[in-house]
Write a protein that binds this ligand. Sequence first.
Ligand SMILES: [Fe+2]
Ligand SMILES: [Fe+2]
Length: 340
Amino acid sequence: MNITCPHCKKRYSISDEGIKKIGERAVVPCPACKGNMRSSLDAAQAVDAQPAPDVEEAAEDNSLKSRLQQALMDLPAMPQAFDQARGLMVDAHARPADIEQLLEANPTVSALVLRLAGMAMYGDAESKNPIQQIIVALDMKVLTEFVILACASDLLARELSGYGLNAGDLWRHSLGVAYCARELATRMNPDLAEDAFLAGLFHDCGKLVLESFVAEQRESLLSLVQEEKQAFPDIERSIFGFDHPQIGADVCLKWRLPKSLTVAIALHHNPSKLEHNPLACVLHAADATAMMSGIGAGIEGALYRIDEKAMELLKVDDDRLGVLMVDAAGYVNRTMACFS
Ligand SMILES: [Fe+2]
Ligand SMILES: [Fe+2]
């Protein structure tokens, strides 16, 4: 601890041992001028014992924000093939030769696309077909979707132990939500179907960034989860000051996803917050359906709060929901078999 003699202004550094020795003595003489330094010592001790809380909180807040920035920067970029496939998806003039070129330039992606094509054509991921053959047999939309799945799998298949998700669980969940979102959108507004699939695939991407924070605070998080008083994103916000839908929007920016997806992902737990956002409502209903089916739920599963307004908008009856759950499970299993 540093103190300054109030009389001669000489500065001293006193060890903790030295402070103990001085103890409760009324007079602490300055070795240089012999003036009493008691008041300076008391003031310095008081400052040491009670560091200004707002300064400490601000520093903690800054370090949390800079760690978050770092975690976002550390998240791998979306492969280039993803942007190319999205470009082909919306290009009315795209030709089979374009997708062939894309696949030939990306061997890792094309190996997975061939497995997905084998599953789609023969129900067998192991069946080997040359690229030219699958291009003739399958629709351009289907092939670009396979490229997107191949690019997304590496990013979404990792273990998120903080969230109670084993390796592959988030991937399963994302596939289930993507499938349900596209089915629900097709019934409501077919123009939204492709965006709904993509939004479903990436809706929980914020968890990839928050994982290390959640893992560190798992005990506090679990005790709040067990109380079952708050929805999961509210718990995240109460502990970290931000939640995975919010951070998901930052990830969407990093991965250059369209604005409509970014907004829907930011709202996927409470779509009624912003009126007239059908994509967010579809995404929420799809997420709820996957959660009810237990597809990759993790610790969030028990706390899922369904936004009734969003569900009403979609007018999904119980029978339809039951069929959707079964179909989604089938789709997830078939697709997962191509990534094992
Ligand atoms: Fe979520
Ligand atoms: Fe989810």
